[in-house]
Design a protein. Structure first.
Length: 94
């Protein structure tokens, strides 16, 4: 099971990154981060593939908040393609 969330807005870096996308394995508590300048649903799916899928394979469950980028059809189709369930937490309940 992998949990994910954004840390935004951040001051811009030299490379123009203003957001940090964090991934955490819920069993080992291992955390991965990806600095981002573009935070569209397609870019989020690409970051997930780069940081999580390529290293560890597809998780059985992807847990996230109700951010529109995570709830989008693009990200849901990506999760379905990996045969991972995608679950949103309740609002204001981590």
């Amino acid at each position: 099971m992998v949990s994910m969330d954004f840390v935004i807005p951040l001051p811009g870096s030299r490379r123009g990154n203003t957001a940090l996308l964090l991934f955490q394995c819920s069993f080992t508590r291992f955390v991965m981060g990806k600095a981002m300048s573009d935070t569209t649903a397609l870019v989020v799916a690409q970051a997930f593939e780069e940081c999580v899928y390529r290293r560890f394979g597809a998780p059985s469950l992807i847990r996230h908040d109700r951010d529109p980028r995570f709830m989008s059809e693009v990200f849901q189709a990506f999760a379905e393609m990996m045969q991972s369930r995608s679950r949103a937490t309740l609002s204001y309940r981590p």
